[in-house]
Design a protein around this ligand. Structure first.
Ligand code: 1CP
Length: 343
């Protein structure tokens, strides 16, 4: 695959800024909702490879994005390992909180390969149907983000229970971390083996990790995952997304062998352009909420990002997922502004 996405992720700044958007398959699209409503249970939906392929392809057909991201979810990993994950409409994900590391038993690791094979099938089908120049991304949650759901049992505002474990149960956290790392590697391997061109590691709740524990909880686990993937023969470039860690991005970029770094909308692109290592491709970082109003303010914000990254390899994206209330026209506006930009 030699499209602009992979070339840019490889470090070349070709004058064309590739675009994709986090959560690009989602409820802001009527086409998505139609398929989604045909499968009331979210997990069955993710594991229906034909439907997953269909919604993965929708935003590519509609907006001509440069990369597709396989439709799946980070919480398929705890689901596969027998945590009773369910998605409740209007509430989000729920599961029974673990009370000890042993509740997430390494004895269940083999279930990843058997229960998540439909994600591999979806990747294969999707790759076969995508134009050569479009990249297909696989992904997983980073260990800390998965651990927050295991301990909290749901989404959380401040992750107080997970943070208490960091201080109170350090040994158990280490034990849990080892199992989650191995589970994540296996989930990513399924995707890599079946044709994902690049892999993204979402540490969506990294901002909750105290700064003095980042190395142990965010950085080392990410690096271990990449080392293991390489040892097992998978060479796909990895994009790290340690959301909300501010100055911690410097250590993350320095110590994790990533090709790209996802930047959230709290990061000043001018700072990032100046301070992040030039061999790492930057990805981001428009505030997804700016798309709701669109117009001049969105335009100015996009220009500022494009100008800041004009001299380095940059993949345009949002700072987090696109929201359901986003008007589709504003996505068209975003794409046409970026395609029309020349540095
Ligand atoms: O019914 C629906 O449509 C529910 C919404 C939804 C969607 C569209 C969920 C439930 N998952 C997904 C798909 C999904 N999840 C993708 C698909 C590909 C794409 O981007 O188009 C991806 C990459 C994810 C990853 C994911 N799931 C993350 C990490 C990225 C991020 O947004 O921070 C997280 C944290 C989840 C957990 C999750 N899945 C769904 C919900 C509602 C949540 C909880 C979010 C929270 O705790 O606030």
């Amino acid at each position: 695959m030699t499209g602009s996405f992979l070339t840019t992720l490889d470090g070349s700044s070709s004058g064309v800024t590739p675009i994709w958007l986090m959560r690009q398959a989602g409820r802001y699209l009527v086409e998505y909702k139609a398929v989604r409503n045909s499968e009331p249970d979210f997990i069955s939906f993710c594991l229906n490879s034909d439907k997953a392929v269909e919604v993965t392809q929708q935003p590519i057909d509609k907006f001509d994005f440069d990369a597709a991201i396989i439709f799946s979810d980070i919480l398929l990993v705890p689901w596969a390992m027998n945590r009773n994950v369910r998605f409740v409409p209007g509430t989000g994900p729920l599961m029974d909180p673990i009370t000890a590391a042993s509740d997430f038993s390494p004895n269940n690791l083999d279930l990843i390969g058997s229960k998540l094979s439909p994600v591999g099938e979806a990747i294969q089908k999707c790759r076969a149907g995508l134009a050569n120049k479009k990249a297909l991304l696989g992904f997983a949650g980073a260990p800390w983000t998965i651990i927050t759901y295991l301990i909290e049992g749901q989404s959380s505002r401040d992750f107080a229970n997970a943070r208490k474990w960091l201080w109170h149960n350090d040994r158990q956290i280490e034990e849990l971390m080892d199992t989650v790392i191995e589970a994540t590697v296996r989930f990513l391997e399924i995707q890599a083996r079946n044709g994902a061109d690049a892999l993204m590691l979402f540490d969506s709740w990294a901002s909750a990790v105290p700064a003095d524990r980042r190395d142990q909880i965010v950085i080392k686990p990410a690096q271990k995952i990449i080392t293991e993937l390489r040892k097992r023969g998978h060479q796909q470039p990895v994009i790290g997304f340690p959301k909300g860690i501010g100055e911690g991005l410097l250590a993350y970029c320095d110590q994790v062998d990533i090709a790209g770094i996802g930047l959230d909308h709290g990061v000043d692109p001018v700072w990032a352009a100046k301070n992040l290592p030039s061999h790492i491709t930057v990805q981001g970082n428009l505030d997804p909420l700016s798309l709701i109003d669109g117009g001049e303010m969105m335009k100015t914000s996009i220009s500022r990002i494009l100008d800041a990254f004009a001299d380095r390899a940059h993949i345009f994206n949002l700072g987090h997922g696109i929201t359901p209330e986003t008007p589709v026209q504003h996505v068209y506006d975003l794409v046409s502004q970026i395609r029309g930009y020349s540095a």
